[in-house]
Design a protein around this ligand. Structure first.
Ligand code: ADP
Ligand code: MG
Length: 791
């Protein structure tokens, strides 16, 4: 059992260009903790923070200042926790701080550069690396990804869904068993056998998370996300399984409601979030207090889920993310205060071991067999589970003599054999319950002869006997069936065990570089794999969704322009270039690997040649010793070893590149999807503005928004425009009853003559034309705005 306090770290987000730094200083010299001092300017102290103090000092395990890189953060915070999880303990890392302070950046990572990947992808990489290195155990890994929003849980890894709203995802509920253990119903645990599969799942969850976020619900800042890696391990042949899980938690923004300045629907959400963080705080306070027996975990879903990860059996680390610009000083102080309370909690992590019942059966059977063998050795007799016919007869005789004997001191001695003792008891029981004719004679010899000769009674006895016989037969059959079943179960367990170990050894084999196996080698770097990377993205189920139909012309053109002007297009371009570079590198490496392989084969050929020559020499002049040391062969062998070494180094680099390419492609996909979402929002806003400007275009006075119609047209975007189409539901009007705006209204054409505003010819298709006009109008507005800005 390991007892230690929760480790609390702080990370300061780099300042934005227009932000003004608040006054703070970091002191790393103090041992063993670092301290952060925040100074509040007088004017702020008078206003926002209602007391006289000006400087605040907080202690942290370590403070990561603005320039700290993701790899350093991972090495200091996550690696030690991941190591504990690999050893069989539970672990939790959670990020706490106001919206925009860098929680998601720290936990998941930035969406642009490979080097910006956060704790989750780095931990996955580290964990799978370690698992691969340890061949002494058999490991199984699963991941789950839960989002909690407004006190409801949603499974982000649901592969069937093409979720466009959070509510489309499976709802996760909490169940508590009689031992007060928490179970999450409906949360899928997806198996991941390697880093690549786990990363794909992470991106599936992240994309679901992003898609589900609409302008109305900025879910990411108001929801908690918990990514969990579940590991179970077992030594071959052992019945003990170790299970551990690592929760990586991105909490909702901790900002106070008053500051967000929202109302209505959003306020309800903000309250919820604050409430659940408030409950988290209560749990933390209760845990930090000595002698508190009741910890209010049940108050919110999040505290229930993290129940065994906060105060219980867990290695826990917290990262307080701080946005130290002037305006956010008060929020940063309250984040630090929370962190100081968390630092007081002591956790007790214990190993999570349990017994596998199937393996237990196998072990017990073996033990029984060993004991039987031992007994045989001692008694000199072979012992089966059943008595022989001869032994049974002997016992019957002994029982009969015993019963007949009137001497009160007489005993029935069958020896120290449980089978015989049991048989005697059963026999006696039968005699008491169903005294048969002959037994009756035994039991009471002085019963008159007349009774024995009673024919009627005999018939009845016979019937009874037959019935008894039938009963025994049935019993025997049932027992035989049971035995057969047990035997089969035991066999299955053994064969399954064999299959598992065969499977894992096959896996190990395939992982280790087998230089002998030409086939697998050539397929290893035939560059087929490089192409596979690009298609791997389509393995994400919802990404393979086909977009049917055609996108309207206006919408398409608008999107092209939007794409060009979008800030993320630079990121996409950069990443494209990087990908190109990486592909070239992979190709080059593949070629080199091929060369090394041929070289090794050539050297091997030379050795064989050498063997043949020496054999021939031995035939022609037998005096030559065939087994004599051959320096030439030795040299060839050394060369092969060297080539193998360089092959291994190159192959490792090849694998690293593979992961990087995969990651970059997923990042690009994410950015593209984000762009598409931004476009939808922009497009719908433009449509709304247009509508306000030209109320006469609208046929119905009830019209609320043009949003649904544009979204409808977006659904027909061709596959090459985006890899994914998002549907955003018309929130204000779920039934769509009020969507009476029609751009095909003939008045539209007459009011805005196409020739005066654009050179794009109208198509004649009223819907497409309406979209074109809407787009032109929107573009004019933008140009106007730009013009104003330039002035
Ligand atoms: P949160 O999840 O706390 O709301 P984010 O992680 O989304 O905040 O961060 C907000 C913005 O700041 C993002 O654009 C993110 O890329 C950027 N950011 C946060 N932390 C860092 C950092 N340490 N280095 C560079 N950029 C950062
Ligand atoms: Mg976030």
């Amino acid at each position: 059992m390991v007892k230690e306090t929760i480790r609390v770290y702080a990370r300061v987000k780099p300042l934005g260009r227009r932000q003004q730094a608040g006054s703070y200083s970091v002191d790393d010299e103090e041992d063993p903790l670092s301290s952060l001092e925040i100074t509040v300017p007088r004017d702020l102290a008078d206003g926002f923070v209602n007391n006289k103090r000006e400087t605040y000092k907080f202690k942290f395990q370590k403070i990561f200042d603005q320039e700290a890189k993701q790899d350093v953060v991972f090495d200091s915070i996550a690696k030690p926790v991941a190591e504990c999880v690999l050893a069989g303990y539970n672990g939790t890392i959670f990020a706490y701080g106001q919206t925009g302070s860098g929680k998601t950046f720290t936990i998941t990572g930035g969406a642009e550069r490979y080097s910006d990947r956060g704790i989750i992808p780095r931990t996955l990489s580290y964990v799978f690396d370690q698992l691969q290195k340890d061949s002494s155990k058999m490991y199984t890994t699963h991941v789950s990804y839960l989002e909690i929003y407004n006190e409801c849980g949603y499974d982000l890894l649901d592969p069937r869904h093409e979720a466009s709203r959070l509510e489309d995802l499976p709802k996760v509920t909490i169940m508590e068993d009689s031992d007060q253990n928490i179970h999450l119903k409906n949360l899928s645990l997806q198996q991941a056998t390697n880093e690549e599969e786990a990363l794909n799942l992470l991106f599936l969850g992240d994309t679901n998370r992003m898609i589900a976020e609409t302008p109305m619900n900025q879910a990411s800042s108001r929801s908690h996300c918990i990514f969990t890696i579940h590991i179970s391990s077992k030594e071959p042949g052992s019945a003990t399984i170790r299970r551990s899980k690592l929760h990586l938690v991105d909490l909702a923004g901790s900002e106070r409601v008053a500051k967000t300045g929202v109302g209505g629907h959003l306020l309800t959400e903000a309250k919820y979030i604050n409430l659940s963080l408030h409950y988290l705080e209560q749990v933390i306070i209760a845990l930090a207090e000595k002698n508190r027996s009741h910890i209010p975990y049940r108050n919110s879903m999040m505290t229930s889920v993290l129940r065994d990860s906060l105060g219980g059996n867990c290695m826990t680390a917290m990262i307080a993310t701080l946005s130290i610009d002037k305006r956010n000083i008060d929020e940063s102080i309250s984040t630090c205060r929370f962190a100081q309370r968390v630092a007081l909690i002591k956790n007790e992590a214990v190993l999570n071991e349990e017994i596998d019942p199937r393996l237990m059966i196998v072990q017990l059977k073996k033990e029984i067999q060993d004991l039987k063998d031992e007994l045989e050795l001692v008694t000199g007799k072979q012992r089966t589970s059943e008595l022989t016919q001869e032994e049974l007869l002997q016992l019957d005789e002994l029982i009969e003599t015993f019963l007949k004997d009137n001497d009160p001191d007489s005993t029935l001695d069958v020896g120290a054999d449980m089978r015989k003792i049991k048989y005697c008891f059963i026999h006696m029981k039968q005699l008491v319950n169903h005294p048969t004719n002959s037994d009756k004679k035994l039991l009471s010899q002085d019963i008159s002869e007349e009774e024995d000769t009673n024919k009627e009674l005999r018939g009845e006895e016979l019937k009874k006997l037959k019935h008894l016989l039938q009963q025994r037969d049935d019993e025997i059959n049932i027992l035989i069936n049971m035995l057969k079943k047990e035997k089969k179960k035991a066999q299955d367990a053994v064969s399954q065990l064999n299959a598992t170990s065969a499977c894992s050894s096959a896996l190990e084999q395939s992982v280790s570089i087998n230089l002998e196996d030409r086939q697998s080698l050539s397929s290893c770097f035939s560059l087929k794999e490089a192409k596979d990377f690009s298609s791997s993205i389509h393995r994400l189920p919802f990404l393979s969704r086909q977009t049917g139909g055609k996108m309207s012309l206006g919408c398409q053109e608008a999107f092209e322009v939007f794409k060009r002007d979008h800030a993320d297009s630079i990121t996409i371009e950069d990443n494209k270039q990087l990908l190109k570079q990486r592909f070239a590198e992979v190709k080059c490496l593949g070629e080199k690997l091929n060369e090394v392989r041929s070289k090794i084969n050539r050297l091997k050929g030379e050795i064989t040649q050498r063997h043949i020559q020496r054999a021939a020499l031995a035939v022609s002049s037998p005096s030559e010793e065939l087994n004599m040391f051959d320096p030439v062969e030795e040299k060839l062998r050394m060369q092969i070893e060297e080539e193998k070494k360089s092959y291994k180094t190159m192959f490792n680099r090849f694998k690293g590149l593979k992961v990087e390419i995969e990651h970059l492609q997923l990042l690009m996909e994410k950015v593209k999807m984000k762009m598409q979402k931004d476009f939808e929002v922009w497009w719908s806003e433009e449509a709304k503005n247009l509508q306000h400007e030209k109320p006469e275009m609208v046929t119905s006075p009830n019209t609320v928004t043009a949003y649904p119609r544009f979204i409808k047209s977006l659904q027909h975007l061709p596959a090459n425009s985006f890899s994914e189409t998002t549907r955003v539901s018309p929130n204000e009007d779920p039934d769509g009853k009020n969507n009476s705006i029609t751009f095909s209204n003939p008045t539209l054409k007459t009011r805005i003559p196409p020739s005066s505003s654009t050179s794009i010819p109208l198509t004649g298709d009223s819907q497409a034309d309406a979209d074109i006009l809407a787009f032109i109008k929107a573009r004019q507005r933008i140009l106007q705005k730009k013009g104003l800005e330039n002035k």
